[in-house]
Design a protein around this ligand. Sequence first.
Ligand SMILES: [Zn+2]
Length: 190
Amino acid sequence: MRCHLCLQWSWQPLCKTCLRTILEPTPAKRVLHSGLKVYSFYQYTEIANFLHTKHTYLGAKIFAQLAKNSMLPFLQQVNFPKGAYGIPIDDHVRHGYAHSAVLAHALRSIIKPLYKSLRAQNDQTYSGQKLAFRQSHKRNFISTCQTGMNVVLIDDIVTTGTTLEEAQKVLEKNNVHVLFALVLADAKEN
Ligand SMILES: [Zn+2]
């Protein structure tokens, strides 16, 4: 196939050169009101085109490549309790691939993914919705995690942080220790 970005021949949708150059991650940290640390690796505009491919076969490959190019090296560098689990946020999907599950799977050599361990009972789309809508339409997560676990939350983007904070709250109520969150991009609305 050809690289999605530079159109050179490549075994993967993104070639090694592009991953090393234009897709070199720029790690950033945002602390939510709840105190949750959210680490992001790309500008939203840099990966916005990829986000639209996310429920396709190609999208799943691209997401795995981006996670291995950004989140994985980050996890190899930071100190956190051994035996932590990776929790994809709301990895329920009706068609195609769950983006957050693809990301969590790509990190499995360091944090063991716990699929479908946190499910939203309300699966309304938040895409393009304002903060007020998000806050009044909570996801009503249910957790099936065991108490005492250390977990890392995983999602593709963070906008207001409402979803991550809600997930954190539900998990902590169940005595699960949320270490931090990893997202590909921070799409904070100004
Ligand atoms: Zn390329």
